[in-house]
Design a binder for this molecule. Structure first.
Ligand SMILES: [Zn+2]
Length: 86
Protein backbone atom coordinates (compact mmCIF):
# COMPACT_ATOMS: atom_id res chain seq x y z
CA UNK A 1 0.00 0.00 0.00
CA UNK A 2 2.92 2.33 0.64
CA UNK A 3 4.11 1.86 -2.94
CA UNK A 4 0.68 2.80 -4.28
CA UNK A 5 0.62 5.88 -2.05
CA UNK A 6 4.10 6.86 -3.21
CA UNK A 7 3.03 6.47 -6.85
CA UNK A 8 -0.20 8.42 -6.36
CA UNK A 9 1.80 11.23 -4.76
CA UNK A 10 3.60 11.69 -8.10
CA UNK A 11 0.33 12.24 -9.99
CA UNK A 12 -1.03 15.66 -10.86
CA UNK A 13 -4.12 16.56 -8.86
CA UNK A 14 -5.61 18.26 -11.94
CA UNK A 15 -5.18 15.85 -14.85
CA UNK A 16 -4.07 12.64 -13.18
CA UNK A 17 -0.90 12.21 -15.27
CA UNK A 18 2.52 11.91 -13.66
CA UNK A 19 3.48 15.44 -12.65
CA UNK A 20 6.88 15.18 -14.37
CA UNK A 21 5.00 14.67 -17.66
CA UNK A 22 2.23 17.28 -17.50
CA UNK A 23 4.37 19.90 -15.76
CA UNK A 24 7.35 19.50 -18.10
CA UNK A 25 8.34 22.73 -19.84
CA UNK A 26 8.26 21.11 -23.27
CA UNK A 27 4.60 20.18 -22.80
CA UNK A 28 3.49 23.80 -22.96
CA UNK A 29 1.43 24.44 -26.12
CA UNK A 30 1.58 20.74 -27.11
CA UNK A 31 -1.69 19.68 -25.55
CA UNK A 32 -4.79 19.50 -27.72
CA UNK A 33 -8.06 19.24 -25.85
CA UNK A 34 -10.79 17.15 -27.47
CA UNK A 35 -14.52 17.62 -27.21
CA UNK A 36 -15.90 16.72 -23.80
CA UNK A 37 -18.01 13.68 -23.25
CA UNK A 38 -20.52 13.34 -20.49
CA UNK A 39 -20.38 10.79 -17.70
CA UNK A 40 -24.05 9.82 -17.40
CA UNK A 41 -23.54 8.14 -14.05
CA UNK A 42 -22.07 11.30 -12.52
CA UNK A 43 -24.81 13.37 -14.15
CA UNK A 44 -27.48 11.14 -12.58
CA UNK A 45 -25.74 11.29 -9.18
CA UNK A 46 -25.47 15.09 -9.32
CA UNK A 47 -29.16 15.35 -10.25
CA UNK A 48 -30.11 13.14 -7.31
CA UNK A 49 -27.90 15.17 -4.96
CA UNK A 50 -29.36 18.44 -6.25
CA UNK A 51 -32.85 17.03 -5.69
CA UNK A 52 -31.97 16.09 -2.13
CA UNK A 53 -30.51 19.56 -1.51
CA UNK A 54 -33.72 21.20 -2.79
CA UNK A 55 -35.76 18.88 -0.57
CA UNK A 56 -33.61 19.79 2.43
CA UNK A 57 -34.12 23.48 1.67
CA UNK A 58 -37.88 22.97 1.49
CA UNK A 59 -37.84 21.12 4.83
CA UNK A 60 -35.80 23.90 6.43
CA UNK A 61 -38.08 26.56 4.98
CA UNK A 62 -41.17 24.75 6.26
CA UNK A 63 -39.55 24.41 9.71
CA UNK A 64 -38.58 28.07 9.76
CA UNK A 65 -34.89 27.16 9.47
CA UNK A 66 -34.87 25.12 12.67
CA UNK A 67 -33.71 21.82 11.18
CA UNK A 68 -30.52 19.96 10.51
CA UNK A 69 -31.85 18.46 7.27
CA UNK A 70 -28.86 17.92 5.00
CA UNK A 71 -26.33 18.84 7.67
CA UNK A 72 -24.19 15.75 7.03
CA UNK A 73 -25.16 14.92 3.47
CA UNK A 74 -21.53 15.12 2.40
CA UNK A 75 -21.04 11.85 4.32
CA UNK A 76 -23.65 10.02 2.25
CA UNK A 77 -22.57 7.24 -0.07
CA UNK A 78 -24.61 7.17 -3.24
CA UNK A 79 -25.09 3.97 -5.16
CA UNK A 80 -26.55 3.49 -8.60
CA UNK A 81 -28.05 0.83 -10.79
CA UNK A 82 -27.68 0.77 -14.55
CA UNK A 83 -31.02 -0.05 -16.13
CA UNK A 84 -31.47 -2.18 -19.25
CA UNK A 85 -31.80 -0.10 -22.43
CA UNK A 86 -35.39 0.63 -23.43
ZN1 LIG B 1 -1.48 17.76 -14.70
Amino acid sequence: MQALGDYEATLCEHCGLPRDVCHARDMENRVKVGAPSRCHVTTALLRAQDGRARSNEAIAKKAGGATNAGAYDRALSWGFTILEPT
